[in-house]
Write a protein that binds this ligand. Sequence first.
Ligand code: ACO
Length: 334
Amino acid sequence: MAGGSGPTGRGVTISGWGASLPETVVTNADLTTLFDTSDEWIVERSGIRSRHVATGPFVPGPDAHADVDGVGTTATLSIEAGRRALARAGVEPSEVGLLILCTTSPDQAVPATSAAVAASLGIGGGAMDLNAACAGFTYGMVAAHGMVTAGLDRVLLIGAETLSRLTNWTDRTNAFLFGDGAGALLFEAVGGDDGLLGWDLGVDGSLVSILYADHDGSGMVMKGKEVFRRAIRATVESATASLERAKVDPAEVALFVPHQANWRIMSAVAERLGIGEDRIASVIEHTGNTSSASIPLALVEALEAGRVHEGDVILLAGFGAGMTWASAVWRWLG
Ligand code: ACO
């Protein structure tokens, strides 16, 4: 679906941000105890050196798998990231009109994980989950922006995952890729300028079979090469469409925040767009692929590092299972 851009009558800014990562860090060396692999192979193929996990064989405790009431769930990670974003903005949870939780690893099939998160945070308005796999957070940005322009004063957008629960820890072809975490942004109405300059959303549901996880617990199934090839093409095409709608040249992009799936994909997309590697926001080395959480985790780290300044143009672009893709061009209003 093609997206628009331009004046909406009501400006939207990002006024708060926060992140959360589980304590347990699993290195590539740790993975060599589970299957035949090496640190060199994983770093060369993906750029990943370690990942944070909330569940699985490396999490201490009698039950390695967190339950919905336990620590390290999609909800607990979301709550921590959301609380930090609200504190940063100086906003009370009761002032938030909508919570959108982007996740492909909800804690339960029913209800939406956002319900528990909203209750714990004390969100004043509604709450819903959004699942567009690894493109989810960018879909969420467009949705959050739309709800603010439609009349809500504040929308809290969280991307959170416990992909460790969907990982088959014996499958060396993809277990090294995934990690857990959460990132959050608070969208607020402002008079005047609007942050969203252009966007693009898409899906090709004929490609479900190249990346999926069933309810039977057998873990993530992925045709890696096929995903790799299509991911680069879809992300470049979507980002190009968003930049054109925003009337922004790639040379004007101060920061590129791609979905953190694989450093080779991220750098290939940047190269094709004409964006230098020094302008990529990357956390893949220490988080792995955290699906819906990856873009906010990378953006929050860039913000905390002082890499974003008032007036900067930020390009966000992701792709994921479905196959979905999404991109957005955002001007940082400060
Ligand atoms: N350690 C060592 N060797 C391995 C491992 C491992 N962990 N896994 C596979 N190999 C071997 C294979 O058996 C194969 O050996 P062979 O040539 O003797 O048969 C060889 O390494 C090459 O394997 P390929 O699968 O061809 O490796 P490739 O270069 O394609 O890299 C990778 C694999 C990293 C998974 C790559 O295909 C990729 O990144 N794909 C996209 C992944 C992605 O982005 N997924 C997520 C997108 S959506 C979402 O985020 C949920």
